[in-house]
Design a protein around this ligand. Sequence first.
Ligand code: 5GP
Length: 197
Amino acid sequence: MAEQNDAASVKKGRILVFSGPSGVGKGTLLKRLFDETDFPLTMSVSATTRAPRPGEINGVHYWFMTREEFVAKRERGEFLESFEVFAGGAMYGTLRKTVEDARDRGEWATLEIDVKGAKRVVEQIPDATTFFIAPPSLDALRERLLKRGTESQEDINKRLAQAEIEIAQSDFYQYCVVNDDLDVALRELVDILKRSA
Ligand code: 5GP
């Protein structure tokens, strides 16, 4: 019998949700997960109203847009979830179509979003697999943010205040991975993904 390749025969992909404080190293951990494993991962590119950092590319790191464009998309129901992540700051949102298209292709839609967003996603997609990436301590996090040098002192303070709030809600997640040693964190993540596939 001919092999079936049509869309209907493709097993719907998973949805993986990652949260964790800004500066915890989620980006680096996820980059290694993408580069060094052969899970069928696709990063869901979010929309944001914040300005690009040096080196960030539109459509790769985020879809950068004005607040007006963002609000228009929200009103059209294009977001699976959207929030102002830091009080008085930028808006961020997961595009529904990006996630659905990836899953329809059998890929694992990978979301890096804040805690409010993660809760909203799980309300709508209860079989999402959720991960909280935690720092070894708040002091370690402060050090990393200072070293990164991409935020003003005011932004660093906002991000640390937000980190405390997020860490207090980490029980919501199915898995908590502490990113102290990157290799150890990556191994732990790979084990979980294999076990929960
Ligand atoms: P950054 O500005 O450092 O790229 O991201 C700041 C925070 O926004 C991070 O905690 C990140 O996980 C979160 N974030 C990024 N994209 C989204 C999104 O689409 N939705 C939500 N709710 N949070 C997001």
